[in-house]
Design a protein around this ligand. Sequence first.
Ligand code: HEC
Ligand code: CU
Length: 341
Amino acid sequence: MSRGKPIGRLFLFFAMFALLLTGCEKPLSNVLDPQGKIGKEQLELINLSVYIMIFVCVIVFAIFFYVLLRFRRKPGDNAIPKQVEGSLMLETLWIVIPIILLVILAIPTVMTTFSQAKEAPKTASEDFIRVKATGHQFWWEFEYPDYKIRTSQELHIPVGKKVYVEVTSDDVVHAFWVPGLAGKVDASPGRINRIPIDADKPGIYKGRCAELCGASHALMNFQVVAEKPSEFEKWAKKRQKPKSEPQTVEAKDGKKVFAQNCMSCHAIDGTKLKMKGDKAPNLTGFAKRNKIGGLLDNNEKNLDRWLKNPEKVKPGTYMPGFSHLNKKDLSSLKTYLKSLK
Ligand code: HEC
Ligand SMILES: [Cu+2]
């Protein structure tokens, strides 16, 4: 293969780089195009600091090049130029100008930070909802205290309402981040950090863990499902009264297999058996989820893959594999999971 001229190669390099940048993420996951009021306020702060930096760079480089050209040493000129050390005017200038710039940066930053970090009001209201998000290796749990529901991997939120998220962790330090909506916040064990999020329009926004937390950190994804408030209420009602009792013989068998093998870790609400495992995602309404483990499309083939060897999908996961179950048990188990609505 010909190696091309250096300029050609350089061009190719930048062209590929540009291509890489454009291909990074689908829409709805772009930090520089947030889809909610809160993200937009945060973007304004980013923009303000970028404008100030550009302003400083332009002036400094303009002076730099001016001095470079204007005061070049000419041949035969060996005189020492006039010294400006101790110039009161210059020193005042280069102290006062940065102070002014920092104040311009600080006022909106402090105001926005404090107004966004406010705690949710104590009494529930129509204007906002509360969510507690807990990071686990390698999945997210979401709790809605005002609705008394608990879910995982999929955070449903009503469009146009402020969502007060209280973030914490059950094990190591994770970080809660929905790039398309707002900034990130650490999820630390034994501590609650707050971040509000909101979405202007319905859609599915990618969420991810933003703190290296173990082997499957990069796979610790979740989804934010933003829907019209009426749809959200419908979803919440359904979650409060889920259809978890099996209706067919096969699903009934599957429930037995589940009770024997899975109940120690997983909870399913709305069954006569008390399935209250708390070491793993709550599987209530599992059939309605878009993804398995926040990662694989929720279909038969992937469910099979996940149940037989979750380690292969998420290295280091605490979910054991169940490839030892016989064909019939595995198939009735899947039927039961697919009936959870
Ligand atoms: C030792 C505890 C444990 C047992 C037992 C267990 N699981 Fe899991 N399971 C987990 C953990 C932990 C996760 C979360 C994995 C992740 O995403 O990182 C999980 C995830 C899942 C998921 C994906 C959930 C989601 O929200 O997308 C399904 C489905 C699942 N398990 C089914 C089962 C079934 C069926 C059984 C029994 C045959 C079972 N599990 C047994 C710990 C367990
Ligand atoms: Cu993590």
